[in-house]
Ligand binder design. Sequence first.
Ligand code: RIB
Length: 294
Amino acid sequence: MSKPKVTIVGSLNMDLVVTAERHPSIGETLTGEKFTTLCGGKGANQAVAAARLGCDVTFIGRVGNDAFGIEMIESLRKEGVNVGNIEMIDEVESGIAMITVNPLDNTIIVVPGANAHVTTDVIDKHRQAILESDVVVTQLEIPMDTVDYVAQVCGENNIDLVVNPAPAQKLTDNIINYSTYITPNQIELTQLAAAHPEILKDHVDKFVVTSGSKGCYYSVDAFRVDVPTMKAEVVDTTGAGDCFNGAFVSYIAQGKSLQESCHFANTAASISVEKFGAQHAMPTTEQVLGRMQS
Ligand code: RIB
């Protein structure tokens, strides 16, 4: 059977990760425990998750012409992601994320760098990859105009589109109307509902909402369906939402039901939080199916 084709239009960041027993207070200098650089970015994390879960993944994005850019492309290539549509540009540095991980949670500051230069003409250049996809996935770490344009291209060509609205921002009409699924977490949902007071009334059936250790929920004819997740020994939640999205898309692209896709994605995310880092922690199909049976 041929693999489902998934195209991710999104961000690549080098994650500069510090672990510490707690977050510092304002003005405080705190001694941390460990510093690591790891390939990340919501788009790239979701690409790795979908590739490990059996999809033929193509990535459209931009990195700087620097050591981080080279490393991030190489790392995706090793994961089997088609990196031929990632452009290396001279004007700016690669995107980075400063992440502080402590035993309970994490904080992230992103400097978009080259991700802010994923403009609509980049989409025009790589449009063919989108047109050949079973499902297209995007997030909000690239410019909103570009996400809007991706939505328009998908809508006009009847291609399924999953929009992970992270970090949450006001969406455009094209994004709302042409997306097949919108996948915020609980906080992002609150922010979206504040920016679009009618969105849940008009489009609730598009929403798949992740809710951490509680799993996720969606609606059918405005009735809420909860899909609980598995218990996990949490080490690091960075990238858990990306794992959910990559896994969700891998099942949707195979034509599985919403219920099956949510259950699979919950289980994948419950495995990902048990390891340090985002891309490192993405599970394989065998691992997810194994946990589902356990
Ligand atoms: O979702 C986790 C990701 O958010 C990190 O890898 C970081 O790069 C930020 O984009």
